[in-house]
Design a protein around this ligand. Structure first.
Ligand SMILES: [Mg+2]
Length: 315
């Protein structure tokens, strides 16, 4: 049996026919049912051994979880409810000794399936190849908009407040692998409140904030004294001497949500604190393009959009 048919047989045992799919795994293409008025949101993300993770240092399950989770984080950023995912693997021909290519593929799926089950996502298709290069995974996630419509990067307006979920910085100490996509949080906020714009923080608060304001044709003040710091940002700071705030601004892989919301709505969200994680005000949208940091009463100074820049951009 070929690698692909062995993997399919393994998957078939774990993914029984999915009533949510008109046609699922095993045909030439997937058929997704009509979405009854919702728009379809599609996002894709590729992860490569040596760039996004080191297979020599992490379990394939962890890589599989992360690959699906980062795609779901992009759906969260669009306030879309996940529906299905498509998984394409390019496996190193020799596997990841002592694991064979099949064992490696199974390890990756073993990390993805619990997350897919948690968010009720169908694994609806994909492709599996092997080659002489390192492991590469390309995932595509499909979601539906809900009543609040899609949340985009481009709706921020002067006077909006910048809110962030959770705490930032130091993700390299573990959170970069145990990614928790903020799906439920994004859906709840987008359904209950009027949000203007949003993005997920994948490459660093400063860099992703600069992407949001650029897309909206505005600028932002960020009050660095208000940025919620993860304990890991403090830990890293003690190790390397860079401040915890610097880590929060530029480390990336926080996979939290950065939102621009009208001032009155921001007040309401901050008072309600409707999520399991804190929501914090960290700044304000201004008409002039650019990104500035303000501390406690200091004159605003330009804030470098520092963070993790991929070779070739991604969303
Ligand atoms: Mg993103």
């Amino acid at each position: 049996m070929s690698l692909e048919s062995e993997l399919f047989a393994w998957l078939h045992d774990r993914l029984p026919p999915d009533p949510k799919l008109t046609v699922g795994l095993g045909d030439d293409g997937a058929v997704l049912p009509r979405s009854h008025g919702a728009d379809t949101v599609i996002t894709t993300d590729m992860l490569n051994d040596g760039v996004d993770f080191l297979l020599a240092e992490v379990e394939p399950q962890v890589v599989g979880h992360k690959a699906l989770a980062v795609n779901l984080s992009d759906l969260a950023a669009m306030a879309a409810r996940p529906v299905s995912a498509f998984v394409s693997l390019v496996l190193p021909r020799g596997g990841s000794p002592p694991q064979s290519p099949l064992e490696l593929a199974i390890g990756l799926y073993t990390g993805m399936l619990p997350l897919a089950a948690r968010f009720n996502i169908s694994i609806a298709g994909g492709d599996t190849n092997s080659w002489d290069g390192p492991l590469a995974l390309s995932l595509t996630a499909v979601g539906h908009t809900t009543e609040g419509g899609p949340l985009t990067r481009c709706g921020a307006q002067a006077g909006d407040q910048l809110l962030v979920t959770g705490r930032l910085g130091g993700s390299i100490l573990g959170r970069h692998l145990q990614v928790e996509p903020r799906i439920e949080e994004a859906l709840l906020l987008n359904e209950r409140y009027s949000l203007h714009a949003g993005i997920d923080i994948s490459d660093g608060l400063a860099l992703d904030a600069s992407r949001l304001v650029q897309a909206s044709g505005v600028g932002a003040f960020i009050d660095t004294s208000q940025v919620p710091l993860a304990p890991a940002a403090e830990q890293l700071s003690q190790r390397d001497g860079r401040s915890a705030v610097e880590h929060a601004l530029s480390d990336g892989e926080d996979f939290e949500l950065l939102l621009a919301v009208p001032a009155r709505v921001a007040e309401q969200i901050l008072a309600d604190q409707p999520l399991q994680v804190p929501v914090t005000r960290i700044g304000e949208i201004v008409a002039d393009p650019g990104l500035w940091q303000v501390g406690s009463g200091a004159v605003p100074i330009p804030l470098e959009p520092c963070g993790y820049e991929h070779q070739g951009d991604k969303s």
